[in-house]
Ligand binder design. Structure first.
Ligand SMILES: CC(=O)SCCNC(=O)CCNC(=O)[C@H](O)C(C)(C)COP(=O)(O)OP(=O)(O)OC[C@H]1O[C@@H](n2cnc3c(N)ncnc32)[C@H](O)[C@@H]1OP(=O)(O)O
Ligand SMILES: O=C([O-])CC(=O)C(=O)O
Ligand SMILES: [Mg+2]
Length: 298
């Protein structure tokens, strides 16, 4: 099966039933049902119960569903896990992860709750959020410490607050963190996800930032408004020209491999394994199955 895309992950405040009800129709790849910073302190209990009941009743179609719980250092984190883990959403987001010990503490509770509910072969994966200077410093160890982690993400709002700086449109203050988190994620075969873009009326700014983080190696971006879905997909979706080139590279690769040739040229440019790998990634984003290309050539 093709790898699930995570171009767009839309935050929805966990205390807003009308927004959650619509979650399957926004066209985003994933929704992030938020029990953390989108929810006021006096709404935390209500949000937790609402999200649990929405997980039971709402049809999310093929949208991936992730729940962001509160950190275990808060009075809400454990109660969130008790309520949400038995529902086994596709993933749970651990905010403000700073150390391997933080992940261990979270996972100890997750495993205990799964065991208590007789969940034997849990499919729910973990997304860790890196949003403090300490988390950035420890990110390589964090990314490698738990096999159920399948994505890692930067929280730019909290990170800039923690660093005592302002988040500027050029992202200068978080640039090192972005690059370090990408490397830590890639080294452990994780999806690496970018932070939110706060100005919901600035499509051009959003696209510019998305172009940049795509170049760095991010698989997608957290969003805060449904209007941000299309501009982000526009950037992540390959152009017709890119798809045509990738199709040609893969077709030639397949034919040459069958003839026992490992390296060849198209229009004078060498095609080797990394070029083929990049072509496969483009085809995946374009929803083209390489098995169909192979069949057409057999
Ligand atoms: C630092 C962090 O942790 S960020 C993550 C936590 N933050 C969030 O989850 C914020 C989520 N986003 C929002 O609450 C809002 O989009 C805001 C406050 C940013 C902007 O609000 P508005 O200016 O009112 O949004 P806008 O006018 O575009 O809303 C248009 C429609 O989209 C809906 N909508 C807006 N945001 C969302 C969302 N995140 N998910 C689903 N629906 C949404 C609105 O309810 C409205 O629906 P309606 O037309 O049926 O009334
Ligand atoms: O996922 C995000 O980008 C939102 C967030 O928590 C942050 O920026 O601190
Ligand atoms: Mg945050």
């Amino acid at each position: 099966m093709a790898k699930k895309k995570r171009r767009s992950m839309l935050y929805i405040p966990g205390n807003n039933p009308a927004m959650i009800q619509q979650a399957g129709v926004y066209g985003c790849d994933a929704v992030l049902l938020d029990l953390e910073d989108a929810v006021a302190l006096n709404q935390k209990d209500a949000a937790r119960i609402l999200v649990r009941s929405m997980l039971e009743t709402v049809n999310f179609y093929d949208t991936e569903v992730c729940v962001r719980v509160n950190n275990l250092q808060t009075p809400f984190g454990l109660a969130d896990l008790e309520e949400i883990v038995p529902m086994q959403p596709d993933n749970i987001r651990f905010p403000k992860t700073e150390s391997v010990q933080d992940v261990k503490d979270f996972m100890k509770e997750v495993r205990r709750i799964e065991k208590e509910h007789g969940i034997k072969d849990p499919k729910m994966t973990i997304h860790v959020m890196i949003e403090t200077a300490k988390g950035v410093a420890n990110v390589y160890e964090i990314a490698a410490c738990e096999p159920r982690i399948d994505a890692i993400t930067i929280g730019g709002q909290d990170l800039t607050a923690d660093m005592g700086i302002v988040k500027t449109p050029d992202g200068a203050g978080i640039d090192y963190a972005r690059k370090r988190i990408v490397m830590a994620g890639k080294a452990n075969n994780l999806d690496v996800l970018d932070t939110v873009f706060a100005d919901v009326n600035d499509d051009e700014g959003l696209k510019e930032e998305t172009e940049y983080i795509k170049k760095l190696g991010f698989a997608g971006k957290a969003l805060i408004n449904p209007r941000q879905v299309d501009p982000v997909h526009e950037v992540f979706n390959p152009s017709e020209n890119e798809i045509r080139k990738a199709y040609r590279v893969y077709s030639e690769f397949y034919k040459n491999t069958k003839a026992g040739i490992g390296v060849f040229a198209i229009d004078g440019k060498m095609i080797d394994a990394p070029v083929v790998q990049r072509a496969i990634t483009v085809l995946e984003y374009a929803n083209i199955d390489i098995k169909d290309i192979e069949k057409s050539l057999d």
